[in-house]
Design a protein around this ligand. Structure first.
Ligand SMILES: C[S@@+](CC[C@H](N)C(=O)[O-])C[C@H]1O[C@@H](n2cnc3c(N)ncnc32)[C@H](O)[C@@H]1O
Length: 246
């Protein structure tokens, strides 16, 4: 693998996704480049020819296609439900200098039929709202070896959101909505972490870029280990946290 500099990430992003003569990267593309510059080195050890990478809630699949182009050939499965993004992904895939297999599936990440069995690595960058939860469920059901999950906005569509709100409403906390919202989001983070642990993943959670790059800067790094005692403890905590709403 050649040295992965921010410059090489930006140049490859431009070649695959921007293309038009004389244009430069927009601010949002530069932000994406910084995210990829941080994320790609984490993916590198797990990719090789024949290994399966899933880019879930992929958008135009900048994670998956850039990994193939800058890290290693691998078998890429892209899952994205928006037709225009699927089209943009296919167009970008045609620009790769080192083509290796790409299977672009226009599907909902909640649809297990769209997922391969036992992928080596699943990455979901900014999987919005309930998409993060569908990715957790599908990765666990398909026995993904590793998952890098970066959740995004949280809305009413998240299954645990109402419980989190009801729990915080019962606690002796001040009325200011910004304070309450942070507690609710923290509970949703805890719920997601426990589901992953209960499904057999060893999980760490940490920022992967500065919050000035994106406010949604936490990555859940998950490795399937299937340790029964940890799974049982997490399942018990999960039952407790799910009953907090009363
Ligand atoms: C914030 S974008 C992130 C795209 C890409 N991962 C990135 O970081 O550039 C979220 C993407 O997830 C897709 N998405 C949201 N919910 C989905 C679902 N349930 N199934 C498949 N795709 C979904 C959206 O269409 C959108 O392209």
């Amino acid at each position: 693998m050649a040295a992965l500099t921010l410059h090489s990430v930006e140049a490859t992003l431009q070649r695959l996704f921007i293309r038009a003569e004389g244009t430069t990267l927009r601010a949002e593309d530069r932000k994406k480049a910084r995210e990829l510059h941080a994320l790609l080195p984490e993916m590198a050890p797990h990719l090789a020819p024949g290994r399966v990478l899933v880019d879930a809630a992929a958008g135009r699949a900048s994670v998956g296609l850039m990994a193939q182009e800058l890290l290693s050939p691998c078998d890429l499965v892209v899952i994205e439900r928006a037709a225009d993004r699927v089209r943009a992904c296919r167009e970008a895939a045609a620009q790769r200098a080192n083509p290796s297999p790409v299977d672009v599936r226009e599907a909902d990440v909640a649809d297990l039929a769209a997922w391969p069995e036992a992928p080596d690595l699943v990455v979901a960058l900014h999987a919005c709202g309930p998409a993060s939860d569908h990715v957790i469920d599908a990765a666990a059901a398909r026995r993904a070896r590793r998952l890098l999950l970066i959740p995004c906005c949280v809305g009413a569509g998240v299954a645990f959101a109402a419980t989190a709100r009801a729990a915080v409403a019962r606690w002796p906390v001040p009325r200011q909505s910004a304070v309450r919202l942070r507690l609710e989001h923290g509970l949703i983070d805890a719920w997601r972490t426990l589901r992953l642990e209960a499904a057999g993943y060893e999980v760490t959670v940490a920022p992967f870029v500065a919050p000035t790059v994106t406010p949604y800067n936490l990555v859940w790094r998950c490795r399937r280990v299937g340790q029964p005692d940890v799974m049982a403890r997490a399942a018990a905590q999960l039952r407790e946290i799910m009953s907090l709403g009363g």
